[in-house]
Design a protein around this ligand. Sequence first.
Ligand code: DHB
Ligand code: MG
Length: 222
Amino acid sequence: MNKPFGNDVPELAAYVTRVYEPEDDILLEIRERSAQEGLPDIQVAAMDARHLEILVRACAARRAVEIGTLGGYAGVSILRGMGRDGSLDTIEISPKHAEVARESFAKAGLAERARIHVGSAETILPHLASAAPFDFCFIDADKERYPYYLGWAGDHLRSGGVVALDNAFLFGNLVESTRSASGESATAIAAMRRVHALLAQGGRFRATVLPTGEGLAVGVKL
Ligand code: DHB
Ligand code: MG
């Protein structure tokens, strides 16, 4: 092991952010309006939004699914990675969050390519199945159900399609040594460990974890 996993030099993060400019005025407005509207400040980091756009571009996706819309920050990035004929089905359990996201897609000029489904993913995903196969799936909702969401992605992505999972480090709670006192539920920890096992060893994906702050797990469907 001659090289570390990840990099925590703050000057490097500042350099990359300065050069790659991951957050333009549209994304900044979404982040600020989401905060004003009282949404939790839990959208993906700006560089993670860029990672999503690039992963979508890399697999030439035209049809994407997102589980957990929040205010539309990641969804706008996913749509930006697709061509003019690309479309996003995004699922959000909170009607209020969905309204904020609706405005975000409109302001980004992407309203006609974003379908927001309000409700629980477990109710909505079965309805999306008839539109499969999809090219890209971003999982960023309740951590306890990540294994179910990954299973759905495995069933409904095309071969060569990509799945990405936010918060793959479970806020430091994935491993014992960095587990925080406030903690995550034992159920969430077990679920996140199960999802890593499924992604890495389940035989349906070739996968890795990008060592971003939150951990971005990425798999290509075999
Ligand atoms: C939480 C959820 C997320 O998806 C995230 O990226 C950060 C925080 C949360 O529920 O606290
Ligand atoms: Mg997240």
